[in-house]
Design a protein around this ligand. Structure first.
Ligand code: BGC
Length: 719
């Protein structure tokens, strides 16, 4: 009896604060005294046990006091399959999940409510799988298109990043599952990610690389954050006092846990004193971790105070009260129809129509007798692949399956693989070898194309090719795909090309050669259905590119300035001029601009007005305009508002995205679009005073359908 009394008492204490948690509104009111009373009962050894991994994704907890271990799991593509020590599959039958579209696909929807729904559904699935911290969303800025994780991240623009990431955090946490926003910060390349040090000026860091992190903490209230592998200004992010204590916990008031990236802790005393709370990793023996026996020793030697340890334990308990130990938590569910629908909705809104010169799309399948579907990407699944987190999808509809399921049986569909997509790691994961063009497969594909009325040719990357832990060597299409494209187009000019990828590729030649081009992504469980519906016009494409496609890698800022990948140090010489900010300011024409994407209809913008001509610092600018749908298809248009500051006294980008909205406009109709920009959002970061300053004077409001297609302008004055 006695043996059970104390755990029961502690359960009760743990329970009391969680009583307050049941209502959404009081989640943040978990009593500090109750946490303190639990901390008082823990021995130093037990406290330390809470601060480091004790398994590939979990910590050990304190069984004596019924304190459970934390259980984390990867996103962002969905709840990953269970793995064993050493990362091999656990071969379970119970760990399948919904595969959601990759990060850049989600960003291409420009639809924050879909991101909320994604977070919500992943939260439900995480709960069903008993994972209480999801290592997602991931949203490092796309500084170079070569970054191997571009597909996992969202965008090159801090504002788009922030608006979307905040919603996925809110969605996840609505299920009492903690978001772990990652990777904080400046993890913009995979090459040398474990040791590279980022040199960056403070203004660029504040204006480009931190805003989405700040928004997910201050607005999204993310409960956990992952420190990045790399260093900032010579100091590892996992022990970087400026990032963790000054900015995150100080200026942003972060109350939750700073979790190291896996194996990304490099010290005991510095990391513990500078703000890291939890050391994770996947290599036993766990008692040798910096935050295990060495931390115990450091405390005993007085190098890390007990108060510092208590603070970390308090943060961990605080997160537990919101997640694992929350009262009346949602029950969770997995692989539901609703989750498939979310995956479908995101995929459907993410597809980008790049070119439709002959109005070949949408297809009318009733009029097409034979379709040749060509290319490995038509049959490839992408829920697993490469190095890094995947999902053991319950199912994944490939493009070919989608067409077969959606098209009438009167249309004959034949398939040819066209190219082999083999990616082999060489001596280490950073170097790869890819299969080359296969003349026999190309000949077979060309023959099929020739004998078919229409060809849909699938090329692009895949998840073996775009992968964590390495960057792509260049932008070219892999696997000899261009040779296949040349042969197929020669055999049948009546060809639509669908490029699938998570990052920009060099499709210059395809753009010249082919009249009809669609961009799609690693688009989740419902990929093929969504794509077929776009091709046949059931869905009018409404996705827009979340990053610039350079015409040549040398156009991209980091490459133009020879500022990538660095050698131990990478100097972000382009400063604030990242992505379209660089292209527009330097007047460089990319292959496709940021925010670009066509529709089956055409939109006409008119009557842009602002609610006032002149504003003061605390006001909000409201811009209204009319968007008319002048075609034959109802559609959703992403209206983008950029702001430009002519004759500024400081360096400025030509323009910056400050608002956007996605509106449904019925065919033949016109709708009023309203966009709001708080004047404080026009501020730049002043490095001399470390303050955000709104420069007075005239600003231009530019509204358009991409960063390069501005249809309406207005001027306002800030006093
Ligand atoms: C990645 C993280 C991931 C972690 C656990 C690391 O290699 O950088 O994004 O969450 O592994 O799988």
């Amino acid at each position: 009896m006695k043996r059970h009394a104390l755990p029961f008492l502690v359960s009760l204490i743990l329970f009391i604060p969680t009583c307050f948690v049941s209502a959404q509104t009081s989640k943040d009111e978990v009593s500090a005294q109750k946490i303190a009373s639990v901390i008082k009962q823990l021995t130093l050894e037990e406290k330390i046990a809470l601060l480091h991994a004790n398994g590939i994704f979990g910590t050990s907890g304190v069984p004596r006091l019924n304190i459970p271990g934390l259980m984390t799991d990867d996103g962002p593509l969905g709840v990953r399959e269970d793995v064993l020590e050493g990362w091999g599959s656990a071969n379970l039958k119970t760990d399948s999940a919904t595969f959601f579209p990759n990060g850049s696909a989600m960003a291409a929807t420009w639809n924050p409510s879909l991101l909320y729904q994604y977070g919500h559904d992943v939260g439900e699935e995480a709960r069903a799988r008993k994972k209480y911290i999801m290592l997602a969303p991931a949203f490092n800025i796309a500084r170079t298109p070569l970054n191997g994780r571009t597909y996992e991240y969202l965008s090159e623009d801090p504002f788009l990043n922030a608006r979307l990431a905040v919603q996925s955090v809110k969605g996840l946490q609505s299920q009492n599952i903690a978001a772990c926003v990652k990777h904080y910060a400046l993890n913009n390349q995979e090459i040398e990610r474990d040791r590279v040090s980022v040199e960056i000026d403070e203004r660029a860091m504040q204006e480009i690389y931190l805003p989405a992190f700040k928004a997910t903490i201050t607005e999204g209230n993310a409960w956990t954050i992952m420190s990045a592998y790399n260093k900032l200004r010579g100091v590892y992010c996992s022990e970087n006092e400026y990032l963790l204590k000054t900015i995150l916990k100080g200026q942003w008031g972060f109350k939750g846990i700073v979790i190291s990236d896996w194996g990304g802790t490099h010290s005991t005393v510095a990391a513990a004193n500078n703000g890291l709370d939890l050391e994770m990793g996947s290599r036993p023996p766990y008692n040798t971790y910096y935050f295990a026996d060495p931390l115990l020793k450091a405390v005993k030697e007085g190098k890390v105070s007990v108060a510092t340890i208590d603070e970390k334990v308090g943060r961990i308990l605080w997160v537990m009260y919101h997640t694992t130990l929350s009262v009346n938590p949602p029950t969770g569910s997995i692989n539901t129809k609703a989750h498939s629908k979310t995956a479908y909705d995101i995929a459907a809104e993410s597809v980008v129509l790049l070119k439709n010169d002959k109005q070949m799309l949408p297809l009318n399948p009733a009029k097409i007798k034979s379709i040749a579907v060509i290319g490995d990407n038509a049959i490839r699944t992408n829920h697993l692949g490469g190095f890094g987190a995947g999902v053991k999808a319950k199912y994944e509809i490939t493009p070919l399956m989608g067409l077969e399921n959606k098209l009438d049986k009167t249309t004959s569909i034949k398939f040819a693989q066209g190219y082999r997509a083999i990616v082999k790691s060489k001596e280490n994961v950073n170097a790869i070898e890819t299969s080359k063009a296969d003349p026999a497969l190309i000949a077979e594909a060309a023959t099929l194309a020739k004998s078919s009325e229409l060809t849909i040719l699938f090329v692009g990357g895949n998840r073996d090719y775009e992968s964590e832990s390495r960057d792509r060597p260049d932008l070219s299409l892999p696997f000899g795909e261009q040779q296949l494209v040349d042969a197929v187009l020669a055999a049948n000019p009546n060809t639509i090309i669908v490029v699938i990828g998570g990052a920009p590729y060099d499709i210059n030649k395809i753009k010249q050669q082919c009249h009809t081009i669609i961009w799609s992504w690693y688009n989740g469980s419902e990929n093929g259905h969504a794509l077929a519906d776009v091709l046949t016009g059931k869905v009018n494409p409404s996705g827009k590119l979340p990053f610039t496609f350079p015409a040549d890698l040398k156009q991209s800022p980091a490459h133009a300035l020879n500022a990538y990948p660095g050698d131990a140090v990478v100097n972000y010489k382009e400063g604030i001029l990242v992505g379209y900010r660089w292209f527009d300011t330097k007047k460089i024409t990319p292959l496709y601009p940021f925010g670009y994407g066509l529709s089956y209809t055409s939109y006409v913008y008119s009557s842009l007005k602002t609610n006032k001509a002149s504003y003061t610092g605390n006001e909000t600018i409201t811009a209204t305009l009319q968007v008319a749908n002048r075609g034959n298809f109802t559609g959703k248009e992403i209206v983008q508002l950029y702001v430009s500051k002519p004759s500024s006294k400081i360096e400025r980008a030509d323009k910056e995205l400050k608002a956007f909205t996605k509106v449904l406009v019925n065919k033949g109709a016109s709708t009023e679009v309203k966009l709001s920009i708080p004047v404080k959002d026009l501020a730049y970061y002043d490095t001399k005073t470390s303050k955000w300053i709104v420069e007075p004077g005239v600003y231009k409001i530019l509204v358009g359908s991409s960063s390069a297609q501005i249809h309406q302008t207005a001027s306002i004055t800030i006093q």
